[in-house]
Design a protein around this ligand. Structure first.
Ligand SMILES: [Zn+2]
Length: 100
């Protein structure tokens, strides 16, 4: 694949997810649709989503979960730096260790 196409696809994914997050409160249907389009770009071009995009999708039910709207994000309390993301749709919680 041409690097230029990959770059454009990534930019579109970031744009769509950005819009989806800002629309999550006011227009949930639109935001779900924008998130769906972003994920379709990812699968169609076989581009793995960067972590900051992947974290807005629930690992279990695959729903788009806007931070602070459809999901709760908490910082872990242990000495290991981590964040916990809970999906408001299926209550699934997952933990992400933050590497420095
Ligand atoms: Zn879920």
């Amino acid at each position: 694949m041409k690097p230029a196409i990959r770059k454009i696809a990534l930019e579109r994914m970031y744009l769509l997810i950005g819009n989806a997050i800002s629309n999550a409160r006011t227009n949930p249907d639109l935001s779900q649709h924008q998130a769906f389009l972003a994920r379709r770009i990812s699968t169609r071009h076989k581009i793995r989503m960067p972590f900051d995009l992947r974290m807005v999708f629930c690992k279990k039910c695959k729903s788009f979960i806007a931070p602070g709207v459809n999901s709760r994000i908490r910082l872990g309390r242990s000495s290991v730096k981590s964040i916990r993301i809970s999906c408001n749709f299926c209550e699934h919680t997952y933990r992400k260790i933050i590497h420095r």
